[in-house]
Ligand binder design. Structure first.
Ligand SMILES: Cc1cc2nc3c(=O)[nH]c(=O)nc-3n(C[C@H](O)[C@H](O)[C@H](O)COP(=O)(O)OP(=O)(O)OC[C@H]3O[C@@H](n4cnc5c(N)ncnc54)[C@H](O)[C@@H]3O)c2cc1C
Length: 467
């Protein structure tokens, strides 16, 4: 990047917060999977005003801007290319929790607040922010919004689209759009915030947000439940839904081998007992309240009688509740330790999942007999992490194109989505451009051109290259 631009950036945010040396920039320029590595000047503004100054400079000089929050995207979304021409805009210094309003049940936060820090802060005020997932200790609110993050409680509370009541965004020309009124009802025209949520940094930089809060659940019942097949897991889901209604907050499906791998790779995380007697396990959570109906134990008792459930461990304490979730949330980390996993993040109508698994795994194994899938996900949301490895060899990566082709063909054939949570980023861009409805894609491109005529926002991600 030319020296003049670097000087302007230093004047905008302070010399200390413009990083140009490899040693200083390196940690920002590699993603969680270590697959994507870029090159850029790293700029670390402290507030919205400074973000606006940086983006204005970028727009005037036609310099690409890559927003980055916690850097936990699994699709290379917050890593620039290796040209060295871009500004990596780190939002992590915007980390203030500005206002916890327990009457409106909302919180106003800056984009760089770490998700887990938000959990702790609102808990102190007797409130609950429901978005949660394995990377909560690093992922930040701006990244969660820009990816429309989901996680383990979508079943009851929805994803970031459902949890956001207002945004502040620095537009690609540097202007600041502030819409932080925190209203639950507002029918004055288009809901513009929804354009920015899930836009993966291609339309502007999110700097602040108003998010919904909930009362702390009075209690939780959680169980690890062994079943014979995904089909039985779907039956159990149906029974839990019927019995617990809105109090069913989590319903995760995991292959037995995922649990075993967590314990092998992260020995501090114990399993509640043997798990190899069932090929699949469900982590089910029901939140209690005075009118929440039958307990999880009663629901599972009936499912035992119906032959749907083969084994179950019911958490007997808060410690066990946390330990069960720790197992589930550590699967990606355990997989990463053995390496060589191709991440997929698909969604389907729930009833189609057992048949999809059956057909797709069979097709893949016919083509690649050595493959070793790691299958788990948010069954209650119809979302599967259909991860394909070839441990310990690198064969899965060498055959990535063919594996993805079969996986996505089977997904699209059933009207599913190739990205339920993680977004498109760099990893899935080519497939997304081929598979997305052409009219939807045309509209997305038009919106991007309207807001960002110079094409500075996160180029090479999600949308086609500008001509
Ligand atoms: C172990 C593990 C488990 C995970 N589990 C889940 C899960 O259950 N559910 C789920 O949804 N995801 C999951 N993820 C994926 C990831 O954590 C989420 O996508 C998360 O929301 C990304 O947040 P981040 O702060 O790390 O964003 P980053 O990775 O920094 O950025 C993500 C995208 O948002 C853009 N962006 C970042 N900040 C801004 C901003 N302020 N304004 C505009 N654009 C911005 C970036 O350019 C990039 O395109 C998981 C990841 C890991 C590593």
């Amino acid at each position: 990047m030319n020296a003049e631009i670097i000087e302007k950036l230093k004047a905008a945010v302070g010399e200390k917060y413009v990083l140009t040396e490899d040693e200083a920039t390196k940690p920002f320029l590699v993603d969680w999977t270590k697959r994507f590595v870029g090159k850029a000047v790293v700029v670390r503004p402290a507030n919205t005003e400074e973000v606006s100054r940086v983006v204005r400079i970028a727009n005037e000089t036609r310099t690409p801007v890559v927003p980055q929050a916690g850097g936990t995207t699994l699709v290379g979304g917050s890593i620039p290319d290796d040209s060295g021409n871009a500004i990596l805009l780190s939002l992590s210094r915007l980390n203030k929790i500005e206002d916890i309003d327990t009457v409106n049940d909302t919180v106003t936060v800056e984009a760089g607040v770490i998700l887990e820090d938000l959990h702790k802060a609102v808990e102190e005020k007797g409130r609950f922010f429901p978005l949660s997932f394995g990377a909560k200790g690093s992922a930040e609110i701006g990244g969660n919004l820009a990816t429309n993050a989901g996680g383990t409680a979508v079943l009851r509370y929805g994803n970031m689209r459902d949890l956001c009541l207002g945004l502040e965004v620095v537009l690609p020309d540097g202007r600041i759009w502030t819409a932080l009124r925190g209203l639950r009802k507002d029918n004055t025209g288009y809901d513009l915030k929804q354009l920015f949520i899930g836009s993966e940094g291609t339309l502007g930089v999110i700097t602040r947000a108003v998010l919904k809060l909930y009362p702390q659940p009075i209690g939780n019942q959680t169980a690890l439940v062994g079943v014979e097949s995904p089909d039985d897991a779907v039956k159990l889901l149906n029974e839990c839904r019927t019995a617990a209604g809105p109090y069913l907050t989590g319903f995760e499906l995991m292959q037995s081998k995922c649990l075993v791998r967590v314990h092998e790779q992260l020995p501090d995380i114990g399993l509640p007992g043997p798990v190899d007697d069932c090929p699949w396990w469900v982590l089910a959570e029901v939140s209690c309240s005075p009118d929440s109906g039958p307990s999880l134990e009663e629901i599972l008792g009936k499912a035992f009688e119906d032959g749907i459930v083969k084994n179950a461990y019911l958490a007997q304490s808060l410690k066990e509740f946390e330990a069960f979730w720790k197992i589930r949330e550590s699967i990606p980390e355990a997989d990463a330790r053995v390496g060589n996993n191709l991440h997929n993040d698909i969604s389907l109508k729930i009833a189609l999942i057992p048949e999809f698994l059956d057909v797709t795994v069979r097709r893949l194994k016919d083509a690649y007999p050595w493959l070793d899938p790691s299958l788990y996900g948010h069954l209650g949301d119809g979302n599967l992490h259909f991860n394909i490895g070839s441990i310990p060899s690198n064969l899965a990566f060498e055959n990535e194109e063919g594996i993805r082709k079969i996986t996505y063909e089977e997904t699209v054939k059933r009207n599913g989505s190739i990205s339920a949570e993680h977004g498109i980023g760099q990893l899935k861009r080519e497939h997304f451009l081929q598979l997305k409805d052409p009219l939807e894609l045309e509209l997305m491109v038009k919106i991007s051109h309207a807001l960002d005529p110079n094409g500075i926002m996160n180029p090479g991600k999600l949308l086609p290259d500008r001509k």
